[in-house]
Design a protein around this ligand. Sequence first.
Ligand SMILES: Cc1cc2nc3c(=O)[nH]c(=O)nc-3n(C[C@H](O)[C@H](O)[C@H](O)COP(=O)(O)O)c2cc1C
Length: 350
Amino acid sequence: MTSDVRWLAELEDRARAVLPAPVLGYVLQGAGDGITASEATEAWRRVRLLPHVMRDVTELDLGVSLLGERVDVPWGVAPTTWQGAVHPDGELAMARATAAAGGLMVVSSNAGTPFDQLAETGVDWWLQVYLPADRTLAEPLLARAVAAGARAVVLTVDTPVVPARQHDGNAAWDGADSGLLRVNFDDGYDHESGADKATDLGPHDLDWLSERTGLPVVVKGVLRPDDARRCVQAGARAVWVSNHGGRQLDRAVATVDALPAVVAEVGGAAEVYVDGGLRSGLDIVTATALGADAVFLGRSPLLALVEGERGVARLHRLLRDQVTEALRLTGCRSLADTRGILATEPQNTH
Ligand SMILES: Cc1cc2nc3c(=O)[nH]c(=O)nc-3n(C[C@H](O)[C@H](O)[C@H](O)COP(=O)(O)O)c2cc1C
């Protein structure tokens, strides 16, 4: 059997060998020239740590409290569309493996599995939404998610338009089996006038979402501290620092560089999450050292899903081992302890 370290390093190579070209292109693509997408992983490796020693790291706690509920691990699965194209069990396999790992799954509104089936896996899940120009068209989707037990709603705010992307990935959907996408919307949703993505999102939408769902609202796709402050003033319970995996604005800043200023601005008033380029347990610990309350992973679990539920389970297990190792090597017993282990104060405070 491939060693765990090699298995993780070769996730992308294995997917290349297995996935049809349009699906692979869709998963890996970045926007524009792919500048932001290609520098994301390397950016985490620039941070340097100052570990503690002579501390008892026998008993560790990998759990975190997110929106008032305990989650066993500090990473979750970010929302990704078209999981059914990566493996026939799609979101169900992702949910089963994530539930078994005690993790949290954020389900894309574009998902190809009905919410109630996902909920039956027992996974803790949050709904991700893009709001349409005519907000009322989103109401049936929101109602279905609430009825199926979503614990929070994540509003993605970095997508007023889907930009041109590499590998012709936007065209990939054209040939997609419609049963793999957007099954939680009303029939005919895409042909309704007003179903285009909203270009006028504002703080009032957070109130609207909170009233419609009764759920905590998380805002995904924030990179600036001033925007983070506006979101929190408008009632966001958490701000999710993300550049959408480099799939929206090419040349957007790496999330590792945006995170510290957002934490400085709203940390304490709201939770702060981060995604983008995180691939290992050490990346996860680096993010919590920089002040993130939790981390989300997009492409890694999607590439692990090539091997179905077993692949995603292996990824979760490996990350658990790596986070455990990183905590012991940094002299930390919990993710909260990692706050003090940066070698230098973050330079980038905008
Ligand atoms: C194939 C793919 C599909 C995605 N679909 C969505 C989506 O439906 N909604 C959303 O908010 N973000 C979506 N994202 C962005 C992810 O939630 C996340 O922000 C990003 O993938 C994190 O970067 P990483 O892939 O380097 O971990 C998608 C990303 C990928 C790679």
